[in-house]
Design a protein around this ligand. Structure first.
Ligand SMILES: [Ca+2]
Length: 468
C-alpha cells in the first residue's frame, strides 16, 4: 500500500478517535481486537435444524455467542484452510487471486503481491499486533507481527495408528501429552499473557487453534464426555452421488475410500465422538482466553470475533473433511461481540461471508479499508441482526468451480455443462440435484448470471506440490 493512503488512514483514525469523545455510541478509547480462529470446526453447535443442536459441548463458544451476535448463516470463500484464510485476511476473493486450494504457490498470485492484510492495517495504524497459532496458512501479512508464535502440530502418540484404519492424519484417540503440553494450549497461554499485560497502545491479538483439524488426538477426558451410545450419526443417503456431475464426484475421490472404511469397520460413531471430543478441547482453550479477557481491564474496550475457516464432512455425501462446495464444507461459524454496539443474545439469519470480516473490522476500528477488497461491513447487522440485507454467499474451489448460496437455494457450477442445484429449504442435506428440473429453470438462469463467469475468474496459480 502506498504511503499517502496510509497517512490518510492514520489521520482518519486520529480524527475518528477525537470525534468519538463524548459520543455514547463510540468508545472514547480506540477499540482493541481479539481475533479467534478455529480450524475445521463445522456448524453442529449452532441452534439449527441439525441433530447435534444442543449436544456439542462448547459452553465457552456458546457463552461468547450469547454475549454478542452470532451469524447462523456464514459461508467461507473457499472450503480449505489456505484459500479461505488467504481470502479473508487479504480481503480478496479466490476468483480474483487464483488461490483456490491448499499447497498453491501464493507468491505467484500477482493481485496478492499488492494486497495489504487487515492485521497489516492494524499495525500501520499504531496497534500492537500479536499472533499465536494458526491464523494464516501460507499468507498473512507483509509487515510482520510485534509478537508471533507460528503453528506446529503436536507430536503424534507412539504406536500410531490408534484406530484400525488410521492413515496419515486420519486417525484419532487419546493423546500421550498432558493438556498443558499441547500446542493449542500454549497458544492460548500466550494470548492470556498478552491480556494480562499492561498495553500502552491498542492491540490486535490473534489466537488460532488447530483442533478440531485431524488427527483427533486429545486427552481421554474429552472422549469420556461423549458416551458412544449417545452419539447421533449424520444422516447419509447411499446413492447420494448418483446425480452429482463427474467433476463434483471427483472432489470426493480422495476420501470416499476412507468413508467406506469407516462404515465397514463400524467406526462412524467413534469418529464422530473423536471430532466432538476435539471440538470440546478447542472450546476449553478458547474459554481460557475469553475468561482472561473478562478478568482484564480490556473487557469493555475490546471487540471479539470468533470464526471457523470452513466446515467439515463426517461421511455426509460420501465425503470426509472439507474441499467440496456443498453445505457441510462451506457453512462455517462467525460471531462478534462489539462493546457499545452489539446486544447480548443477537442472532442473525442473514447470509454472510468470512470476506465480511475485513471491512467490518476496518469500520469498527475507524481505519479506511482499501478500495479493492470484497465483502461488506456487517455493522448494520451487528446493530440490528434482522436488518435488511442481500442474503448471498459465494464460495470457490479447485479449477474455478464456484457455488452460490441464498436463503432458498444452492447453485454450483463446475463447468458450464456440469452444475448442481438444490432447494435448500426443502432439501437441507442437498440430496437431490434439481439442475434438470424444469420447475426451477428460470430460477437457475438467474443463478447462472449471479456467479462470476469462468472466463472472468483468475486462473489457478501453480501448485507447489502434486495433487491436492
Ligand atoms: Ca444426490
Amino acid at each position: 500500500m502506498t504511503k499517502p493512503l496510509f497517512r490518510r488512514c492514520a489521520l482518519l483514525l486520529l480524527l475518528m478517535q477525537g470525534a468519538a469523545v463524548g459520543q455514547a455510541t463510540q468508545p472514547s478509547k480506540p477499540m482493541n481486537v481479539l481475533f479467534l480462529a478455529i480450524d475445521d470446526l463445522n456448524t453442529w453447535l449452532l441452534d439449527d435444524s441439525n441433530p447435534y443442536a444442543g449436544t456439542v459441548i462448547a459452553p465457552n463458544i456458546r457463552k461468547l455467542a450469547d454475549s454478542g451476535v452470532i451469524f447462523n448463516r456464514t459461508y467461507t470463500a473457499s472450503p480449505a484452510c489456505s484459500p479461505s484464510r488467504t481470502a479473508f485476511l487479504s480481503g480478496i476473493s479466490p476468483w480474483k487471486t487464483g488461490v483456490y486450494e491448499n499447497g498453491m504457490d501464493i507468491e505467484a498470485s500477482e493481485p496478492l503481491t499488492r494486497a495489504t492484510s487487515f492485521p497489516d492495517w492494524f499495525k500501520q495504524a499504531g496497534y500492537y499486533t500479536a499472533s499465536y497459532g494458526k491464523i494464516g496458512h501460507g499468507w498473512d501479512n507483509r509487515s510482520g507481527w510485534d509478537d508471533r508464535i507460528g503453528h506446529s502440530r503436536d507430536p503424534v502418540p507412539p504406536n500410531v495408528p490408534l484406530t484400525p484404519i488410521g492413515k496419515g492424519e486420519q486417525d484419532w484417540g487419546p493423546i500421550h501429552l498432558a493438556e498443558e503440553e499441547m500446542n493449542d494450549t500454549t497458544y492460548a497461554d500466550a494470548a492470556i499473557k498478552q491480556l494480562q499485560k499492561k498495553h500502552d497502545k491498542p492491540f490486535f491479538l490473534a489466537c488460532g487453534l488447530f483442533h478440531p483439524h485431524m488427527p483427533w488426538y486429545v486427552p481421554q477426558k474429552y472422549f469420556d464426555k461423549y458416551p458412544l451410545d449417545e452419539i447421533v450419526l449424520p444422516e447419509l443417503k447411499e446413492d447420494d452421488l448418483d446425480d452429482v456431475p463427474p467433476l463434483g464426484r471427483a472432489l470426493t475421490d480422495g476420501k470416499i475410500k476412507f468413508v467406506k472404511e469407516v462404515l465397514k469397520h463400524d467406526l462412524h460413531k467413534e469418529a464422530v465422538q473423536a471430532y466432538l471430543a476435539t471440538t470440546t478441547y478447542a472450546d476449553t482453550q478458547m474459554g481460557r482466553v475469553l475468561d482472561a479477557l473478562e478478568n482484564s481491564p480490556y473487557r469493555d474496550n475490546t471487540l471479539v470475533v470468533l470464526i471457523s475457516d470452513h466446515g467439515f464432512h463426517l461421511a455426509e455425501k460420501s465425503h470426509w473433511q472439507k474441499m467440496t462446495l456443498w453445505e457441510e464444507a462451506t457453512h462455517c461459524l462467525m460471531m462478534f461481540r462489539v462493546p457499545g454496539m452489539t446486544k447480548a443474545g443477537g442472532q442473525s439469519e442473514r447470509f454472510v461471508s468470512l470476506q465480511d470480516i475485513y471491512p467490518t473490522l476496518m469500520e469498527l476500528c475507524g481505519i479506511e479499508p482499501p478500495d479493492y477488497i470484497d465483502g461488506r461491513s456487517l455493522t448494520p447487522l451487528l446493530e440490528n441482526p434482522n436488518a435488511a440485507w442481500e442474503s448471498t454467499a459465494i464460495s470457490a474451489f479447485s479449477n474455478r468451480y464456484v457455488s452460490i448460496r441464498t436463503e432458498g437455494y444452492r447453485y454450483i457450477r463446475y463447468r458450464d455443462d456440469q452444475e448442481e442445484f438444490y432447494h435448500s429449504t426443502q432439501d437441507p442435506h442437498e440430496w437431490t440435484n434439481q439442475i434438470d428440473n424444469p420447475r426451477y429453470a428460470s430460477v437457475i438462469d438467474v443463478f447462472r448470471t449471479k456467479v462470476p463467469a469462468q472466463s472472468d475468474m483468475y486462473p489457478p496459480v501453480p501448485s507447489k506440490k502434486k495433487g491436492r
